[in-house]
Design a protein around this ligand. Sequence first.
Ligand SMILES: [Ca+2]
Ligand SMILES: [Ca+2]
Length: 188
Amino acid sequence: MKKVLKTAAAVLLAAAVSAVGGSPAQAAQGGAHCWLNVSTGAHVCHRSFAEVISDLSGDRVRLGASAATVTDQERAEIAQPARTTHGASAGSGTYVLATVYADAGHAASGGTYTFTGSSDCDTNPDVDFQVAVMPAGWNDRISSFTSYGRCATKLWDNTFSGISYGYAGSSAYVGGAINDRTSSIQFN
Ligand SMILES: [Ca+2]
Ligand SMILES: [Ca+2]
């Protein structure tokens, strides 16, 4: 079952009208750290990856300001839906699907983009969430990624066609064939 199948235009419009922490254009700048709720189109940018994780976890997970990667324990905690909106904009019931990184090795310094949704991925081999067109500034940039919860991530060179990578839970380097080429993304 496809829980979410938005057109690219709908996702981009929703992201544009719901931006709180900055305009989508800010995501085009190197080092930006944003999240997008694929289910609602809500979109917020922060100054650091640590702030994104604090927001999405309802302040339950606090990374060091310069933290590049998350531990297995932190990843498991991040996968739990936000239970409080205290100090957070993500809202309760938000599930973190995956974080993509502009740089290899899950290095947050080059910029991160985190996708969230209204539920965790399920255990069926279908597409649970997808983004047909990468958010502004993120076309052809992804070099590594991490999935959360039951989600696995698949990268596509074009909109669900052409060269692909995944599904995979995590990748420190997506490889030369698709590095800096991802234009759409799916989660299952
Ligand atoms: Ca890259
Ligand atoms: Ca591409």
